[in-house]
Design a protein around this ligand. Structure first.
Ligand code: IMP
Length: 180
């Protein structure tokens, strides 16, 4: 079955059932690591909203949540990259942090954010990504827990969008290749 979003066709990649099973495993793995430590889940908006909602429900102990919006773009500074974060009002010094991200592609966005966080002296940082594209990663960040590793192809669903469409799909769909 295909779906059409704007001008592009997408085909199923990961079913709702597979997603549900994997999130339950991730919740358990996080509980084993952080169970009684009252971790602070920092959710990277917009794409991680659905993953975060399911992940914290699979996390069977007290925890807190905060939300950030990160944007990165090529600018005119010497580094060529500017990243801003907004919305992180909670004091994170000494806290056990779980970063919740939708997908790690090149890793650029999180690379800069992780540097910023390290300066705030958290007790620990656990980076959790729903999806990862290992072939696309350029920046050296370590993803501690990954939902699924996927090929370097454009995907939508479960929070991820194509020009704002597709976020509400309960599973993951991939751009149809020209041969299909
Ligand atoms: P990075 O900084 O290159 O790792 O890019 C991360 C961000 O790019 C993600 O948080 C997504 O918002 C977006 N992104 C990367 N790949 C995809 C994709 O396949 N579908 C939708 N959004 C994507």
């Amino acid at each position: 079955m295909k779906i059409r979003l704007h001008d592009l066709n997408f085909v199923p990649l990961i079913s709702e059932e597979e997603v549900r099973r994997r999130i339950s495993e991730l919740g358990n793995e996080l509980f084993v690591r952080l169970g009684d430590k009252n971790p602070l889940f920092i959710v990277v908006l917009n794409g991680a909203f659905m993953f975060a909602a399911d992940l914290v429900r699979a996390y069977n102990a007290p925890c807190e949540m905060a939300f950030v919006r990160l944007s990165s773009y090529s600018g005119t500074t010497s580094s060529g990259t500017v990243t801003t974060s907004a919305g992180l009002n909670t004091d994170i010094a000494g806290r056990h942090i779980v970063i919740v991200e939708d997908i790690v592609d090149t890793g650029r966005t999180l690379h800069v954010f992780l540097d910023t966080l390290a300066g705030c002296q958290p007790a620990s940082v656990t980076l959790t990504a729903f999806l990862r594209k290992p072939e696309a990663q350029i920046f050296p960040i370590q993803v501690d827990l990954t939902g699924f590793d996927i090929e370097n192809k454009f995907v939508v669903g479960y929070g991820l969008d194509y020009d704002q469409l597709g976020r509400n799909l309960p599973g993951v769909w991939v751009l149809e290749s020209q041969s299909e």
